[in-house]
Design a protein. Structure first.
Length: 572
């Protein structure tokens, strides 16, 4: 982790040599090892790409859940060795039992029970330490920790064989599940971080930084910066913070029924920490990725600054390829997922002003944020819970659409009911508008327009929108679809953008106009005057942003664009 910033250049060089030599040795003796060049590496055994049904993850948030939870539930016995450090294994284990054991028991609610076994000195050079530890491993040890006289660390979740656990469960079977932790700076934070890697927790970084330490620019997460206020020009690393809730879910420490998956409509829930009953994570689906919101509340085992507390937001992208491709994708290791603060604003640990400011990816109490079309407001913190109000779109398929606000206005105004009756849970924003639908939209939007005698069209009898079509005819907005006789309405034909301009011009002739726009593609068009009127009212901005010098009069009007037209015309 970024703790290596504090090392002298000699220490950095030493740790780099140790990392490379350890990985190279492992590669020559057995499984292939992927070296990311940071503090986690993954040995790969015989890959089995078969993804088995995941009964323990009915929400379908992650892949390979059985692998991810292989060592994170129940007792996890870890041998502790000293590798060149001037401490005893017994004293180190006593420190781990005082701080690390209760840390993980708190965050797992007792579901994960690390047990440390003091083994003694394994030597002074990393490869030697590993060989001695494997030969002399405890019969039941599932991993090993090595204490070194440096700062920072490196760890591995062990050999992986695809989406399911390998046969090697024990360290004596050379499962390579190990962590190397320096005891010179922020020892406990380093240990918690590297143990996180040992149970498949990835870094949570913005992707907006560069350089050797680019994966450690999230101050709030033990799996990234874990930063406290600077001290004498260097970052101060406090006791370990908590981590993103998706990591707790991946480890099996949050149950599916403790996750609120946002659908449609509005609601208020409480997010809780500790042993309280309630929701612990909110998921906002967004296509190939999703957003997770979790409570970050100051406590003994999450000692964050109080002004960093609130609702923490992360964007999660799940790996969807084969197991091998997932592991060879550096951004998805070690847990088949990329976890990124949202918004992705990097934290500079050497800027003292940042420590006194709220973090961008945390919604503070009273704050509001729009996430994938969902409005989220954080309420008050009350002990170990924080209330969250969720204002989700009316329809399940509009959350990230460019016209989501217009569609919401359309729904709230009663102008639309959806596109999949009777449930009407979707709006189908990219489907074209039919002439019948157009009649219904305008009828619901402008029910008080003066009407006269309706035309008895030959092709709307019994149609679902017959009443709306008759009303449209009675207002004079439509004359039919087959001039000059105009005996038909063609209710199932698609409405073009030019026709839409004519409909709106006839329906709202008195709208205020200001200036004009000279589109390149409407000169001489049958609806040119209507299009010019539409532009002068501000209802349309063109069809080719950002230039917007064309109107595309013969292209179909989509349902989303129709919502925008009506909102600009009537929404005020």
């Amino acid at each position: 982790m970024t703790l290596r910033r504090l090392m002298t250049s000699a220490s950095v060089a030493l740790l780099t040599v140790l990392l490379v030599s350890s990985v190279s040795a492992a590669a020559s003796e057995g499984p292939t090892v992927i070296d990311r060049g940071d503090d986690v590496y993954v040995p790969i055994g015989d890959i089995d790409d078969a993804l088995q049904p995941q009964a323990s993850d009915p929400l379908g948030l992650l892949v390979g859940i059985d692998l991810l939870r292989h060592h994170s539930l129940g007792v996890d016995t870890i041998d502790v060795w000293v590798c060149g450090a001037n401490v005893s294994a017994q004293s180190v284990v006593a420190e781990f039992e005082a701080k690390i054991v209760p840390y993980f028991q708190y965050h797992s609610r007792g579901r994960y029970q690390p047990r440390f076994r003091a083994k003694g000195s394994a030597g002074s050079e990393r490869n030697q330490c590993v060989r001695n530890a494997e030969v002399n491993a405890s019969p039941d040890a599932e991993g090993a920790l090595f204490v070194e006289p440096v700062s920072g660390g490196v760890a591995s979740p062990g050999v992986v064989c695809g989406f399911t656990p390998c046969a090697q469960s024990l360290y004596r079977e050379r499962n390579r599940r190990e962590g190397f932790v320096g005891n010179e700076v922020a020892f406990m934070a380093t240990v918690a971080h590297e143990m996180g890697h040992m149970i498949h927790w990835p870094h949570s970084y913005t992707g907006a930084s560069s350089g050797q330490f680019s994966e450690y620019d999230n101050a709030l997460d033990v799996m990234s910066g874990n930063y406290g206020p600077p001290r004498q020009g260097d970052p101060n690393y406090p006791d370990p913070y908590g981590t993103a809730t998706i990591n707790l879910y991946a480890a099996g420490w949050i149950d599916p029924d403790e996750v609120f998956v946002v659908g449609t409509g509005d609601t208020t829930i409480d997010l809780v920490t500790g042993n309280a009953d309630g929701y612990r994570m909110i998921v906002i689906p967004a296509g190939k990725r999703f957003y997770v919101l979790g409570p970050r509340l100051r406590s003994t085992y999450d000692p964050i600054p109080s002004h960093w507390a609130g609702v923490e937001v992360y964007e999660v992208e799940m790996c969807t390829g084969s197991a091998e491709s997932c592991f060879r994708d550096e951004s998805k290791m070690p847990g088949f997922r990329r976890v990124k603060p949202h918004p992705a604003v990097p934290f500079d640990p050497y800027d003292p002003k940042l420590y006194d400011q709220p973090l961008p990816h945390v919604i503070r109490p009273g704050g509001t944020r729009s996430i994938a079309g969902v409005t989220v407001k954080a309420g008050k913190i009350d002990g170990n819970k924080i209330s969250v109000t969720i204002d989700a779109p009316t329809f399940s398929d509009t959350g990230t659409h460019v016209f989501v606000d217009d569609i919401e206005w359309l729904a709230q105004s009663g102008i639309t009911r959806g596109c999949n009756p009777p449930s009407n849970t979707r709006f189908c924003p990219d489907q074209p508008v039919t002439r019948g639908q157009m009649a219904a939209f305008l009828h619901r939007a402008l029910p008080r327009l003066r009407t006269g005698k309706a035309t008895d069209f030959a092709d709307d009898n019994g149609h679902v929108f017959e009443a709306d079509i008759q009303w449209l005819s009675a207002t004079g907005i439509t004359k039919g679809c087959n001039p000059p006789s105009n005996t038909r309405f063609c209710p199932d034909q698609v409405v073009t953008r030019g026709q839409m301009a004519a409909f709106l011009h006839r329906a709202l002739p008195n709208l205020k106009t200001t200036g004009s726009v000279d589109f390149k593609d409407d000169n001489g068009h049958v609806f040119e005057a209507d299009i010019e009127w539409l532009a002068a009212t501000g209802i349309t901005r063109g069809c080719n942003p950002p230039a917007n010098d064309r109107f595309c009069p013969n292209e179909p009007v989509t349902r989303g664009a129709m919502a925008a037209f009506l909102n600009r015309a009537l929404g005020g």
